[in-house]
Design a protein around this ligand. Sequence first.
Ligand code: FO1
Length: 321
Amino acid sequence: MTAGPGRVVELAGGVGGARLAHGLQVALGSDLTVVVNTADDVERHGLLVCPDHDTVLYTLAGMEGPFGWGIAGDTSAVMAQLGVYGEETWFGLGDRDLAAHIVRTARLRAGARLTDANLGLQRSLGLAATILAMSDDPVRTQVRTSSGWLEFQDYFVRLRQEPEVLDVRFEGIAAARPTAEVLDAIETAGLIVIAPSNPIVSVGPILAVPGLRAAIGQARATGTAVVAISGIVGGRALKGPADRMLASLGHESSALGVARLYAGLATAFVLDPVDRALGPAIEALGMRTLVTDTIMDDDPARARVAAEVLDFAARSALIVG
Ligand code: FO1
């Protein structure tokens, strides 16, 4: 029996990251820290909504909705009434979900940091793991389409990811600072896992926070394994528009295309059996590879993928010595 990896840090976006986090939480409990993308955050009806944080929150609490976000069985009486008042209702907020945005916004207005407002929600729902905002400073993803720059949720939800994405920028990123909690988590991590989330708009903003990529590089230089999991399987995104986005931004829409984005950062890469033939090209980027089924449709699959990633990291560390 080998010792566990100690603290594990997962960099995560929404649904894919949340599913892996759920599996990791089963194995690690409070040794898991999830650093979430906040560049999808959006102000709706005067309230701050943090989709990636909340998706991980509800998933770790075992209460996520049928599409992966929101709360299972939630109702939409407030949205219906907002529609009566002439408000836009394309971004659907459930009644119980709204409570989180009300509490978060109130605490922020009272002077709390985003990190602490979110930690309060996590404590109330009894999470074992910790979820940290990548930064307390506002960062917002914008995508350029043929009709100009759009706010991320405008593109993602209102326009159903239909327009081709010609460029991506993270407004506010230059002034964003990583929090002390995030830097401490990375410094003390025994393992860093990059979730099978969109590498451009989910993991991309996290790595773009000034100082964060360097902190991971420093951890890597002192022996911490950095394992990335492909969210592209057989050339298609497991969820969302990552495949089309990679292609329209000039990257290869494949596990190899994802691995190239993490070259120099990840020490190991997990790919699906259908992509086995890409293994040698990924290894040529300087990463060890693990080939395993990465689809996490149900709880046992999440636990299995998480356990395999942990086992792989432990074996890689033993081999590296
Ligand atoms: N995604 C949708 O496709 N439609 C929605 O109406 C929607 C509402 C929503 C409300 C709260 C929340 O936390 C997430 C929500 N999402 C919705 C998902 C979300 O905006 C995206 O999946 C992520 O931003 C991409 O990671």
